[in-house]
Design a protein around this ligand. Sequence first.
Ligand code: NDP
Length: 317
Amino acid sequence: MSNNVEHIECLIVGSGPAGYTAAIYSARADMKPVMYAGMQPGGQLTITTDVENYPGYPEGIMGPEMMELFRKQAERFGTDIRYGMITSVDFSGKPPYKVIADETHEILADTVIIATGASAKWLGLSSEERLNGRGVSACAVCDGFFFRGKDVAIVGAGDTACEEASYLAKICSKVYMIVRRDEFRASKAMVHRVQNTPNIEILFNSETEEILGEQKVEAARIKNNKTGESKTIDVQGFFVAIGHKPNTDIFKGFLDMDETGYLKTIPGTSKTNIEGVFACGDAQDKVYRQAVTAAGSGCMAALDAERYIAAKADTTA
Ligand code: NDP
């Protein structure tokens, strides 16, 4: 462990819409925030295409471009953005809390704003793991390009799966959509779009038994869970779009969370069960999960942190 211990007023963990908004507010409140941007700076929006529902962009905007603008705005007010990870925290005792960045750098933080978001879930098949990066992907927007003119499959029936299926249909010859029930979970508009795209074939009541191929994906064996029949579809790409898991493992044992790992906050606030530690964005929201709600909750976290510091200063004055 290095001995250059740094003491800061506000640490922001994560760099999606929640983290950047918390940074903009806390920097403007002169809290000199330090942000650890994580492995995928910009978060989930960097792997999405058009964002058409974020107010202020009447023509829509690409997710990565939007996050770039958020970053610039956070930097404009002096946020210290670092491209690294917070690898452990110690929220026992009173603040300042000791956190470790990139396994070695020790930081003492008076307040911590958690905006670590969520990550893609996988089916859990060994063939999925073996062929990951060799045709198996959880991000159509990142990897769809590699399957231009080819046949692909996508698993899932939520808005993400529908959005990604539509995206893939523009690039690929054919898209099989593997849906485990006999209906979608996605919004009507999304389902309508998928159903009206000629090169998307929806396979209801279908589960993936195995993804086939030695060095790369060549096919997938799909079982109909109503009839018990299995069939093989020839595909070169296999996309998984079955939801997300919050990135909260490093906070286990300190912060209250639900069974999936979503952080619990006091309703109407961003306060966690630990004083001086606030949570925002998808790490604490399994209901709305939108860029705009994440940004709003990032604002709440920064204001809560600022007020916490001010109240503490009042009591010690
Ligand atoms: P969801 O949790 O909404 O959907 C996950 C889907 O994956 C469900 O259809 C589920 O099936 C299926 N699934 C889960 N596990 C498995 C499995 N093991 N095998 C097969 N299928 C499985 O996640 P999304 O990522 O789609 O969406 C998350 C949130 O983000 C939602 O609130 C959504 O509305 C929002 N969103 C909004 C968008 C927009 O407005 N532009 C775009 C993308 C997302 P089942 O239905 O049977 O449970």
